[in-house]
Design a binder for this molecule. Structure first.
Ligand code: SF4
Length: 80
């Protein structure tokens, strides 16, 4: 079954405020006080978001299937 919803989380303990995610997916991440914040927790599947999660040097971004909690990114499944 293909999920239509993903859950995006940024771990503030890991984020170092590099801004890579906001550059890769400006519609999904913004820097607030030198830390990234996901603009929406629940999103439609997005290659930009998996690219951002895969690019994060701290692996601070986690993308999971909102229905079955399967981790989509980072990891080998991080492609649409
Ligand atoms: S790429 Fe990672 S470390 Fe850099 S701002 Fe985004 S979440 Fe933080």
């Amino acid at each position: 079954m293909v999920s239509a919803l993903w859950r995006v989380h940024v771990d503030p303990r890991r984020c170092i405020g590099s801004g890579i995610c906001a550059g890769a997916a400006p519609d999904h991440f913004v820097l607030v006080a030198d830390a990234s914040v996901a603009l929406a927790e629940l999103i439609e599947p997005s290659q930009e978001v998996t690219d951002a999660a895969e690019s994060c040097p701290m692996e601070a971004i986690t993308v999971r299937d909102a229905l079955d909690d399967r981790q989509i990114s980072p990891g080998r499944d991080g492609r649409l």
